[in-house]
Design a protein. Structure first.
Length: 313
């Protein structure tokens, strides 16, 4: 679907990120700029590769990394930029790609929430050296357990990834380099192959339901992040409210389940203390306001209307 020349299956989306970085030669002493608003695994994968995550704060409307702040975060140790296409909304890839090219940096995309998404008409994961995908069961394309993949047009990188995921083996029982055990399980691969033909239809359904949310929520007190790119695939439908907790309780009382993605910006995680992260005030504020409304292809337009009506209390 992406048009990439190679897709290398691995055990998880986290491994897809970490192994991409390792295969690109990124490791100890290197810095990788990434988003402070994401699942923590985006940054943990950088640490798994031995590098230091550096956080560039997010655009307050797009909720993905601000290209201006990415440019400011570059130091002599910076080797790569790792944007996250959060909630299915592509990051500003034309701007980030220009920064990477101008600064001589590797670009690796976290596409774990962005199956079939496009940025400026180009499939996510194909703007830079590699794109990492997760097929965790809750994703737009999910397996029945953990699974992941890396897409790339770089043949040498793909070959190295295939070795790294398999203990560094060049042939059976011959380990030429360090590697891990992160093969894509055959059962999960079979499930993904069966589900892949349905992904386009599921994506269209998500977009239609998201458009209905936008139409119904216009007069409510919540802020709905704008759609910056028609390639948005709506893995989640987040809204923002300074009264998030009260709003969540009201919806719960109406029988509507919501979730928070994510309640803590990554720099505030205790696991990040060792990397001495810079403060990211926008991400910190968004983490205190964001609420994910129900959105999946099995919902009906009437159920979207019911959720929107519950905002009136």
């Amino acid at each position: 679907a992406s048009g990439a020349a190679h897709a290398v299956g691995v055990g998880t989306g986290t491994d897809a990120l970490a192994l991409s970085l390792t295969a690109a030669g990124i490791g100890a002493g290197d810095e990788v700029i990434t988003s402070p608003l994401s699942a923590a695994y985006s940054a943990l994968a950088i640490m798994m590769a031995g590098a230091r995550p550096v956080f560039a704060d997010i655009d307050p409307d797009r909720l993905t990394m601000s290209p201006e702040l990415v440019d400011r975060a570059v130091t002599p140790r910076t080797r790569a930029i790792l944007p996250v296409h959060l909630y299915g909304q592509p990051a500003d890839m034309p701007a980030l790609s220009d920064i990477a090219a101008r600064r001589g940096l590797i670009l690796i995309e976290d596409c774990c929430q962005a199956h079939l998404a496009t940025a400026a008409g180009r499939p996510v994961g194909t703007w830079g050296l590699a794109g990492a995908f997760s097929f965790y069961p809750t994703k737009n394309l999910g397996a029945l357990g953990d699974a992941g993949a890396v897409i790339t047009n770089d043949e040498a990188l793909a070959a190295k990834l295939r070795r790294l995921r398999n203990g560094g083996q060049t042939s059976r029982y011959h380990h030429a380099e360090f590697g891990v055990n992160s093969r894509l399980d055959e059962m999960q691969a079979a499930i993904l192959r069966a589900r892949l033909p349905r992904l386009a239809g599921w994506t269209s359904a998500r977009r239609a339901l998201a458009a209905r949310y936008r139409a119904r929520l216009g007069d409510t007190p919540v802020r709905v992040p704008p759609e910056f790119d028609a390639g948005h695939v709506y893995h989640l439908f987040p809204v923002l409210s300074p009264q998030r907790d009260a709003l969540q309780a009201r919806l719960r009382d109406a029988g509507i389940e919501t979730l928070i993605h994510y309640p803590l910006a990554i720099p505030a995680q205790r696991a990040m203390a060792a990397v001495d992260p810079a403060p990211c005030p926008v991400a910190t504020r968004v983490a205190s306001e964001v609420l994910s409304l129900p959105l999946h292809p099995g919902l009906t337009p009437g159920e979207i209307d019911d959720v929107a009506a519950a905002f009136a209390g």
